[in-house]
Design a binder for this molecule. Sequence first.
Ligand SMILES: NC(=O)c1ccc[n+]([C@@H]2O[C@H](COP(=O)([O-])OP(=O)(O)OC[C@H]3O[C@@H](n4cnc5c(N)ncnc54)[C@H](OP(=O)(O)O)[C@@H]3O)[C@@H](O)[C@H]2O)c1
Length: 305
Amino acid sequence: MKAITYAGYGDPSVLDVSDIADRTVGPGEVLVRLVAASVNPVDWKTTAGYLADYAPVEFPAVAGSDLSGTVVAIGDGVTGFRIGDDVVGSVAPFVGAFSELVPVSAAVVAPKPRGLAFTEAACLPTAGLTAVTCIRAVAPQPGDTVVINGAAGGIGGFATQLARSAGARVIGICSPNSTEYVQRLGAEPVAYGSGVTSRLPDLDPATTSIVDTHGGEQLADLVALAGDPARAVSVAAPEIQNLGGRYLVVAPNGGDLGELTEAVASGRVEVAVAQTFPIRDARQAYEYLRAGGVHGKVVLDASSW
Ligand SMILES: NC(=O)c1ccc[n+]([C@@H]2O[C@H](COP(=O)([O-])OP(=O)(O)OC[C@H]3O[C@@H](n4cnc5c(N)ncnc54)[C@H](OP(=O)(O)O)[C@@H]3O)[C@@H](O)[C@H]2O)c1
């Protein structure tokens, strides 16, 4: 079967379409015939070898993590899924999702609602669940303010919508080129970079929380906006813990993913697809995401190789 593989760490040019042995289903897994995938920063970081110290890959490695497709085999002990079900899920990036058949732990898979396109569904596991984790952690009440650093990104876009649907005001820190996009998501845009806090409106520390998806030199100033630093969370900068904030790591699970797919299918949350590439062009998709300035998710169409 075909897969997007790499034989050594490096920039996206290491990615190739190659033939690998068919992947098979193990206990507790479903085997998914891939229809669409999305690209996350963790995918190009894994291919680059940034995670090699604690999550090394075996070469040749299959790239990618988020996927949607159709179940074609069921492993021992799996209940709740049948052959022919359309599903969405993810694998660890060192396992790899960009292959015609992907074995996925049934615990992290959710049904794909009929009204949700495979391409949209594939955008949800990593960015969507990370946003859910962040917004759940800061738990905004109606009228509260959530400041989202990196509001135009994959996570930021979902986090903005989730905070808005909780009734919060959202200040979206983004690049000047993202102003209109962030406004469309329902946030008030503020340009990132030096002096960012001086560009923010007056905020009440008692009702302000921070969701950071970027880190950087302004992090301490941003955390200080929340009266209680426990209401400042980051998924990009572990050093937030030195400031009293919380560093969050997403734990994929099918239950939360199912809730998110339903929220999208019912129109409560929208998926912005920035660009869709044929899966054979995974290199270009990685480059496109890595270059920045992307508004929404980068999708790979795996309907043909
Ligand atoms: N801890 C976890 O469990 C977890 C899970 C998933 C992802 N992550 C990490 O979370 C980060 C964000 O992921 P993502 O999928 O949202 O990435 P993404 O789609 O590439 O978005 C990143 C965003 O950061 C913005 N940005 C760039 N420079 C900035 C600055 N100086 N200040 C504020 N924002 C800036 C970018 O804006 P422009 O493009 O306009 O410059 C972009 O909108 C990545 O580092 C990823 O590895 C962590």
